[in-house]
Design a protein around this ligand. Structure first.
Ligand code: KIV
Ligand code: ZN
Length: 398
């Protein structure tokens, strides 16, 4: 097992994983995490810039605000595919089609619960009725775009034979991505990988579609399940910045992407993600949603690259690889040597912000600088964390 700082992406001929970010849809479904249109636009711009392939921008039928957000994102984002969610109902699909109309590249993501529990209690439909809706919904979504994703909600608790039949029919109706959600985070990595392998073996026309996975983190297994699914043949991972999402959240983008990058020896896959933008995205989402990142969170937590014990500090000073498996710079964390205090000028402050991953407009920069000076008058040294807090406040108030 090589432990090296050389975390370069694997070569181009190796397998490519599509990164589908659902921070603005599933992430926003975390209690207390809702974002307004302007906030969603800012997050979408960062996601596009960092190389996310598909941005799930929202659930257009859910509210006027969500429709508007998806519509505005569809107008502005050019590089990433913009996706809107729709239940297996004509009104949902039409609304998503309408919201996505201006997009350069658009996808409709339609879903229905397939498991016995969802059929019986949530939908009150029998298996045949659910199967019919799969065909009808995908067929309708194809009126708006030829990029249609179909999800069998609670797939990991669905009878495999029924799931395979729904997948086959979704592909026949025109779905080009088949998403397998572990909706309640119940799956275990090996078992989830077996399900993906079985889908590839049992569904006759599966080669016509990309297999995607959407793992929730109720047992803390979302990243592990996604990675095992990729090894079994999935080629799209659905994830969120900071792992936010329903209940315990979704697979975390930064963790799954960095796992593939750092362990390219074991996971020879490539993504388009500019990993140096990870901290910027994490801080923005945290500032906008008000959801603090836990200090010991992998990759983006405040302690992820901090070394407290003497032995560790000594080791890192001699050679960082003793206790660091990736370079902080590779996730956008610049160890800035600028010491900030009351004598620091606006120029140094701006440079410090850039080192920390922030690019503020002139007005926001001026406001932040005034607040920095006020703080510097009270403190001997203003630490990076103080500046991050100060700027996050600035962003929230903007
Ligand atoms: O968790 C889930 O099943 C979902 C679907 C809408 C894909 O979020
Ligand atoms: Zn979900």
């Amino acid at each position: 097992m090589a432990t090296t700082h050389d975390t370069a992406q694997p070569a181009a001929q190796e397998d490519r994983i599509i990164i589908f970010d659902t921070t603005l849809r599933d992430g926003e479904q975390s209690p207390g995490c809702s974002m307004n249109v302007e906030e969603k636009l800012r997050v979408a711009a960062v996601l596009e810039g960092m190389g996310v392939d598909v941005i799930e921008a929202g659930f257009p039928i859910a509210s006027e605000g969500d429709f508007h957000a998806v519509n505005e994102i569809a107008k502005r984002v050019k590089e990433s595919v913009v996706c809107g969610l729709a239940r297996a109902a004509a009104a949902d699909i039409d609304r998503a089609g309408e919201a996505l109309q201006p997009a350069a590249r658009k996808r409709i993501h339609t879903f229905i619960g397939t498991s016995p529990l969802h059929r019986k209690y949530q939908l009150q439909l029998d298996a045949e009725q659910v199967h019919e809706r799969v065909i009808d919904s995908v067929t309708r979504a194809r009126r708006y775009t030829d990029d249609v994703e179909w999800s069998g909600m609670d797939a990991s608790r669905t009878e495999p034979e029924f799931l395979f039949r729904c997948i086959e029919s979704a592909i026949k109706a025109g779905a080009t991505t088949i998403n397998i959600p572990d909706t309640v985070g119940y799956a275990y990595p090996e078992e989830f990988a077996d399900l993906i392998r079985e889908i590839r073996n049992q569904v006759p026309n599966i080669d016509k579609a990309i297999i995607s996975v959407h793992c929730h983190n109720d047992l803390g297994l979302a990243v592990a399940n996604s990675l095992r699914a990729v090894e079994a043949g999935a080629r799209q991972i659905e994830c969120t910045i900071n792992g936010i999402g329903e209940r315990a959240g979704n697979c975390s983008l930064e963790e799954v992407v960095m796992a593939m990058r750092v362990r390219a020896d074991r996971l020879p896959y490539r993504t388009r993600i500019v990993t140096q933008d990870i901290m910027k995205a994490s801080r923005l989402v945290s500032a906008i949603t008000g959801f603090q990142v836990q200090p010991n969170k992998a990759i983006v937590g405040a302690n992820a690259f901090a070394h407290e014990s003497g032995i560790h500090q000594d080791g890192v000073l001699k050679n960082a690889q003793t206790y660091e498996i990736m370079r902080p710079e590779d996730v956008g964390l610049v160890r800035s040597s600028l010491v900030m205090g009351k004598h620091s000028g606006r120029h140094a402050f701006k440079k410090k912000l850039e080192d920390l991953g922030y690019a503020l407009g002139e007005n926001a920069l001026n406001d932040a600088f005034v607040r920095f000076k006020a703080l510097a008058d009270k403190k001997k040294e203003v630490f990076d964390e103080d500046i991050v807090a100060l700027v996050d406040d600035e962003i929230q108030e903007a």
